[in-house]
Design a protein around this ligand. Structure first.
Ligand code: GTP
Ligand code: MG
Length: 326
């Protein structure tokens, strides 16, 4: 034991070695960390404490999720499942209640939201499924939050413009990196994420009505690149709806409409398809047997006019009205 540590440190270390339960061990380590003078002479000890701490925290997390043994699985509905991600009080629930019919709990205090809360957000003739989540935080986070985020089709990141938002952004990035998300160019390189499907993200600078400084905002824009940042406030939803169109474009989807021969098209219920999908993909989406029996289709749209006949490999266009012939 080097002479330059305090008796309090030695005491904490004693408790670390005597502790039987993980939380006690972690608490003792945290105390040791706080009490250890940080200089060159203690570098080895610093590294040692950090290594032990991360190992024990991982063990604790694992034992908790094993004990709990559950996770929330939210069935996908609508044109895209969008987890709403942000630090405590960043305005997640305010966004969800302003843009959907569901009333999730909004409050001035932190950690208001404790369970996932799905709600449908209308956009034109379709819906996006938002999921209000508990906050991302440096303290304990439920492991199921990661499960929900990983399944998302687009990550909506809320950054409170009235806070120390550059460090908030860095914190969110490091968390998302630990989930191995593939958001091209946004997160630090991660060989595991590379093997997973790339997904889009969008940053909203919230509480824009309270605090705004063009220069600071531009720093956020730079730090978020290549992910776009939009100014946002939940107090005046009508004025800030633009983010929905952005989401639509980022999801790389399009809407097509089905028509039964001899009848008017059903313009109320679009089919949401991926950009690049073919007529055959559409037939399959309408009915799983249709793709086998499909002969051709007639299309009314911007690219094909007046019921032009197309084959199975026709690439769908936004707004196409499609009449399948089996
Ligand atoms: N002025 C203003 N206040 C906002 C805005 N968005 C949220 N707030 C306020 O900020 C506080 C926190 O909002 P919430 O929507 O509950 O935040 P949250 O991110 O869901 O918080 P947690 O669930 O605790 O993580 C509330 O008092 C809201 O009224 C906004 O755009 N403008
Ligand atoms: Mg909330």
């Amino acid at each position: 034991m080097p002479a330059n540590v305090s008796p309090m440190y030695i005491d904490a270390e004693k408790r670390f070695f005597q502790a039987k339960e993980l939380p006690e061990k972690i608490a003792a380590l945290e105390e040791m960390w706080a009490l250890l003078p940080k200089h060159k002479g203690t570098e080895k000890m610093q590294a040692d404490i950090k290594r032990r701490m991360s190992k024990l925290k991982a063990e604790l997390e694992a034992s908790k999720s094993k004990k709990r043994g559950f996770t929330y699985t939210i069935p996908k509905e609508g044109a895209g499942q969008i987890p709403v991600i942000g630090l405590p009080n960043s305005g997640k629930s305010s966004l969800v209640s302003a843009f959907t019919n569901s009333k999730t709990e909004v409050a001035e205090y932190e950690y208001t939201t404790r369970i996932p809360f799905p709600a449908m957000m209308p956009y034109k003739d379709i819906f996006f499924q938002l999921i209000d989540l508990p906050p991302f935080s440096k303290e304990y986070m439920e492991t199921w939050v990661a499960d929900i985020v990983k399944r998302g089709d687009l990550y909506l990141l809320l950054i409170d413009l009235t806070s120390d938002f550059l460090s908030d952004l860095e914190f969110l990035k490091s968390k998302l990196h630990s989930y191995h998300l593939n958001i091209p160019g946004f997160l630090q390189y991660d060989p595991v994420a590379e093997t997973l499907p790339a997904k889009p993200a969008l940053v909203l600078g919230t509480k824009f009505d309270i605090n705004y400084d063009e220069e600071l905002f531009n720093l956020l824009v730079d730090a978020s690149k290549p992910v776009d940042v939009l100014k946002f406030s939940a107090t005046d939803p009508g004025k800030y709806e633009g983010f929905k169109e952005k989401i639509y474009n980022l999801l790389n989807i399009l809407r097509v409409y089905s028509k039964i021969p001899g009848k008017k098209p059903d313009m109320d219920q679009p089919f949401v398809m991926k950009k690049g999908d073919t007529l055959l993909d559409f037939a399959q989406a309408v009915h799983k047997d249709f793709s086998e029996n499909l002969k051709f289709a007639r299309i009314w749209g911007k690219v094909c006019f007046e019921g032009q006949q197309v084959a199975k490999d026709y690439i769908l266009n936004e707004g196409d009205v499609i009449e399948l012939h089996l």
